[in-house]
Write a protein that binds this ligand. Structure first.
Ligand code: 6PG
Length: 463
């Protein structure tokens, strides 16, 4: 078999089927033997897919150098798989962790396996279960020579946009998982922005779920076109068979998270990169989890009355506000990638990353084509927002953006991410921020000193 895959969950099964469909025989293994048996006797039947009941059997099925994809839950399960493989690995073998692993873990694992001459790659894979089967977006990181050994398979199974595979070498060590982490940070931001917009349309303008689906469908036919819009329309139009109501009206308003968004925020603090929209999206999920506290506070803390008549102009302003906020989300994510590229010497090519996000992944969207051409410029802009192609859009939309945030504020509708996006825009373009006063305060209580506009050096005042 050309390639092995460990972890026969739904994602693993779908990825194996995709690899086989593209002409590469696959060996699979799972700690839970019945999963392998069910798969081989079910969806994999009659295909060039074989299974091992134990690690030795599995490895014996593979041609050298052995290429092994690991698709298990992030964290300890990955270390357990590596621990089980380690005694059997040989120089030149390639392990590719395709889960949502933390990039520092990937760097550690690669360093631990390197003395054995074993390559450990960390590859982001986005697109969910369907993407795994039909064509995901793939973000492989690790040694370039190891990538050469798996590139034909990864490029064959990836989504294609205009014939180009949504898979290219990202960078050394943990670069692939780093880029997937930031992809997820942007994913969190855009999902939250769409949800806040739904809230403004629903609580603010009293539109029903089906009416909002119609609005979003219209927007999806514009430059706002994206996978997340497409699925949102489908979610909003789905009826609950038990109650006959739109299913969103009966789903609990508490969102879960597995941690990739939180890691993005934590790492951005480490690198000193402002990403307030992504942070607001993470915090919004946390706030959603405080449901019992929210319900009791609703009886104590007051807000203004809600609900105004929907008007075409108002709805167009909301579209502009969302569009501007989405641009800002990409701007923040890409600024973080640039900082990480410098800090960790990943040598990331932002235009290539934007290109491989155009298809297969959760944040695929029309906007990624102009983002890719923007970052292909030499030199690229220091921030997406200041590139002429995007500054012109933001300038045209900023009034509507303010109007929408004002509408939300005046009706007490929380828009953490949209307001954070507008504040980021205003702070980033501010020629003078109030940090002058802040420096005065720091110097007052801690003699931390300050610098001046009119003279070089550091100064202290006896306040
Ligand atoms: C993808 C997704 C996928 C998963 C994330 C988000 O790109 O295919 O990002 O990896 O849905 O883990 O999960 P949470 O929302 O639970 O953090």
């Amino acid at each position: 078999m050309h390639i092995g895959l460990i972890g026969v969950g739904v994602m693993g099964q779908n990825l194996a089927l995709n690899i086989e469909r593209n002409g590469f025989p696959v060996a699979v293994y799972d700690r839970a033997t019945e999963k392998t048996r069910d798969f081989l006797g079910g969806k994999a039947k009659g295909k060039h897919i074989a299974g091992g009941e134990n690690i030795e059997q599995f490895l014996a099925l593979l041609e050298p150098p052995r290429r092994i994809i690991i698709l298990v839950n992030a964290g300890k399960p990955v270390d357990d798989v590596i621990g089980g493989l380690k005694p059997h690995l040989r120089e030149g073998d390639v392990l590719i962790d395709c889960g949502n692993s933390f990039f520092h873990d990937t760097e550690r694992r690669a360093a631990e396996l390197s003395p054995l001459g074993v390559y450990f790659m960390g590859s982001g894979v986005s697109g969910g279960e369907e993407g795994a089967l039909k064509g995901p977006s793939i973000m492989p990181g690790g040694a370039r020579e190891a990538y050469g050994l798996v590139a034909p398979v990864l490029q064959a199974i990836a989504a294609k946009v205009n014939g180009e595979p949504c898979c290219s070498y990202i960078g050394p060590r943990g670069a692939g998982h780093y880029v997937k982490m930031v992809h997820n940070g942007i994913e969190y931001a855009i999902m939250q922005l769409i949800c806040e917009t739904y809230d403004v349309l629903s609580s603010g303008l009293s539109l029903s779920a089906l009416q909002i689906a119609d609005v979003f469908e219209r927007w999806n036919a514009t430059d706002l076109n994206s996978y997340l819009f497409e699925i949102t329309v489908r979610v909003l139009r789905t009826m609950d068979p038990d109650t006959g109501k739109p299913i969103v009206d009966v789903i609990l308003d508490t969102a879960e998270q597995k941690g990739t968004g939180k890691w993005t925020s934590q790492n951005a603090f480490d690198l000193g990169v402002p990403i307030p929209t992504i942070n607001a999206a993470v915090e919004s999920r946390i706030l959603s989890g405080l449901r019992a506290q929210r319900l009791s506070a609703a009886g104590v803390l007051q807000g203004p009355p809600r609900g105004e008549k929907p008007g075409a102009a108002r709805i167009a302003s909301i579209a502009d506000a969302l569009h501007a906020s989405i641009i800002v989300s990409y701007a923040q994510g890409l600024a973080l990638l640039k900082a990480a590229s410098d800090e960790y010497t990943y040598d990331l090519k932002l235009n290539e990353i934007a290109a491989l996000w155009r298809g297969g992944c959760i944040i695929r969207a029309k906007i990624l084509e102009p983002i890719r051409t923007t970052f292909a410029k030499n030199p690229p802009p220091v921030n997406l927002m200041v590139d002429p192609g995007f500054s012109v859009l933001l300038n045209a939309k900023q009034a509507a953006w303010r109007e929408t945030v004002r509408l939300a504020m005046s009706q007490g509708i929380p828009t953490l991410a949209m307001a954070a996006s507008l504040n980021y825009y205003d702070a980033y373009r501010a020629s003078r921020l109030p940090a002058n006063l802040l420096q005065g305060q720091r110097d007052f209580f801690g003699a931390h000193t300050y610098r001046r506009l009119d003279k070089e050096g550091t100064f202290h005042t006896q306040w």
